[in-house]
Write a protein that binds this ligand. Structure first.
Ligand SMILES: [Zn+2]
Ligand SMILES: [Zn+2]
Length: 237
């Protein structure tokens, strides 16, 4: 490509053909390979984890692009809290290789934000990321059929067990989804309680399968560290 078409790497500023230069792309917080095939949590071997065995979630499986660590956490933060919408296609590009073209869902549902949160932020980061996935895959998106009817802003301060209780009844979905495979797209997955609750509602509407597509998966170790530093404010919102 001629020199004048080159851009600067969004992370380090080096001249690059892509949004991220090769070394920055390679340095992304990749997930360890040994993960639960359902919830993508860290396990010793790639077997279904104890939590999924004891209490199978309403979603079938989760694909995640990276762990919620630097620099991906900073990129998500920049999108959400600095309204840096230029990050959305880059985060979508991170997720794209994880999506199996042989098992495309019927619809993508971006994780809904509560209207109050949406008003404060001005946009739904999950929808902004989903937009680019839609453009690249041609999969239809249902941005408005599910609503977040309960504002769970306090979710971030809660211990894991409490989150599940707190999120109960948070979503309402009107459309008949009988026989459909739905992929729920979100920027960050922490405990999976939010995804599980939305999946439960989608299944109630007839969906046969719900997949989770998340840009970043917080591994338990990360959360524990962040809890100790009491800086979990960016998670699960
Ligand atoms: Zn770079
Ligand atoms: Zn699991």
């Amino acid at each position: 490509m001629p020199r004048f078409f080159r851009k600067n790497c969004l992370l380090c500023g080096a001249s690059s053909d892509n949004d991220l230069c090769g070394p920055c792309w390679d340095s992304l917080s990749h997930l360890p390979p040994s993960r639960c095939p359902i919830c993508a949590s860290l396990v010793a071997e790639s077997l279904v984890c104890g939590a999924c065995l004891a209490d199978p979630p309403a979603f079938a499986h989760v694909v995640a692009a990276a762990s919620y660590a630097f620099p991906v956490d900073a990129m998500i933060h920049s999108l959400k809290y600095q309204a840096n919408l230029a990050m959305a296609p880059i985060l979508a590009d991170l997720l794209m290789p994880q999506i199996d073209p042989l098992t495309f869902p019927d619809f993508i549902v971006p994780m809904p934000l509560h209207p109050t949160r949406l008003r404060e932020r001005g946009f739904n980061q999950a929808l902004e990321i989903a937009r680019h996935i839609v453009k690249k895959t041609g999969i239809a998106m249902l941005p408005n059929v599910c609503k977040r009817v309960k504002n769970t802003a306090s979710q971030t301060g809660l211990p894991w067990k409490e989150r599940e209780k707190n999120i109960r009844g948070a979503f309402a979905c009107e459309m008949d989804l009988t026989g459909k495979h739905i992929a729920v797209l979100d920027d960050v997955m922490t405990t999976g309680a939010t995804l599980n609750e939305l999946a439960r509602v989608l299944r109630k509407r007839g969906a046969v399968k719900v997949s989770g597509w998340v840009v970043a998966r917080t591994l338990k170790e990360d959360v524990d560290i962040k809890n100790r530093q009491s800086s979990v404010a960016a998670i699960d919102s």
